[in-house]
Design a protein around this ligand. Structure first.
Ligand code: UDP
Ligand code: MG
Length: 313
């Protein structure tokens, strides 16, 4: 039997917490009864610096339910950092940890399957969505094109897998060796390379509260994923540079011919156009190069990724 931890990052989730705790308690108890999990198994709620009553609720449930543990981050550090904080804590106390969202959009009925696969010897079990009917058209299309782009750029991500996954203690220890600050866990976990498997499930709608991932956060998350895992954008820039250089040779020939045939003044339009074109492209390139320099900057600082304020056990 193994100690199973559920790790649940929560940001302003007071509306969903009581129900979530109820359902997950039932899951843990079920697993204990069926011999999948032992008595030391817990839910670990990570409060990601919420501004509502989330932490008070976690404290309250911790007092009355022995299965509820809590971890309070001092600031709102975002989903990925909060999740990592939880996983790194679970690593010390559990044999395996399953990460899931507080809103239970990911079907909890498949939780025992994760543990079964773990007991069969898998170190990582990915939860994969069967279909995305419950997502809005917009979210579905943007998310799916994101997976396709990531694949084209050469980063290994599991299609339609978010952060619903089980990791063994060994896999978590490996994950802790990745010291990067720009976290994109679903890209990092496949790099660990231990034996893995999939569990398929249907995604539900959020039963209460609002999505904490507005468009702005989604875009910056996707950008993080791409720039942290692929240097292809840099290659695209150099290719673009070659293309522009080739075009400008033709332009130069054209300008020279115009000069010698006495039509130089007529070239004004071409000059103005190329100034704008080149200026634009250079700025674009600088921007993308700047993205990477920005990352180097934050990586070399080696700042701590989270600070735990309290730890209820
Ligand atoms: N979350 C977090 N910190 C944040 C934003 C979100 O810990 O800054 C948590 C949130 O409480 C939830 C999970 O990340 O448990 C996923 O967020 P959400 O359900 O809002 O995202 P969506 O399902 O809409 O993509
Ligand atoms: Mg959600």
């Amino acid at each position: 039997m193994s100690t199973v931890y559920f790790v649940i990052p929560c940001y302003n989730e007071e509306a969903v917490l009581p129900e979530t705790i109820k359902e997950l308690t039932a899951q843990i108890q079920g697993m204990i009864q069926s011999g999948l999990a032992d008595e030391k198994s817990r839910m670990l709620f990570v409060d990601d610096g919420s501004r509502d009553k989330t932490w008070e609720l976690i404290e309250k449930f911790h007092a009355e339910n022995p299965l509820v543990n809590g971890l309070k981050l001092a600031h709102n550090r975002g989903h990925q950092n909060a999740l990592l904080a939880g996983l790194m804590t679970a690593k010390e106390e559990a044999d395996c940890a399953i990460s899931l969202d507080a809103d239970l959009q990911d079907d909890v009925a498949v939780l025992p399957q994760f543990v079964q696969k773990f007991q069969e010897g898998c170190d990582v079990v990915y939860g994969v969505r069967n279909k995305r009917e419950t997502d809005t058209w917009f979210k579905r299309t943007t998310a799916q094109s994101f997976y396709k782009i990531m694949e084209k750029l050469g980063a290994e991500v599991v299609y339609n897998h978010a952060d619903y996954r089980l990791m063994s203690k060994r896999a978590l220890e490996a994950l802790s060796e990745y010291k990067e600050v720009n976290l994109f866990l679903r890209g990092m976990v496949p790099l660990i390379g231990y034996r893995s498997d999939y569990v398929y499930y249907d995604r539900h709608e959020r039963f209460a509260g609002e999505s904490k991932y507005p468009l702005k956060k989604m875009i910056s998350f996707a950008m993080d994923g791409i720039t942290s895992f692929s240097v292809k954008p840099l290659k695209i820039i150099s290719n673009l540079g070659f293309l522009v250089a080739a075009i400008s040779v033709v332009g130069l020939l054209y300008a020279l011919i115009s000069h010698f045939t006495g039509n130089a003044v007529a070239g004004w339009t071409a000059i103005v156009c190329s100034i704008w074109l080149l200026g634009g492209i250079q700025m674009l390139c600088l921007g993308i190069v700047g993205e990477y320099i920005g990352k180097i900057y934050s990586e070399v600082k080696h700042r701590p990724r989270f600070r735990i304020e309290q730890h209820l056990k």
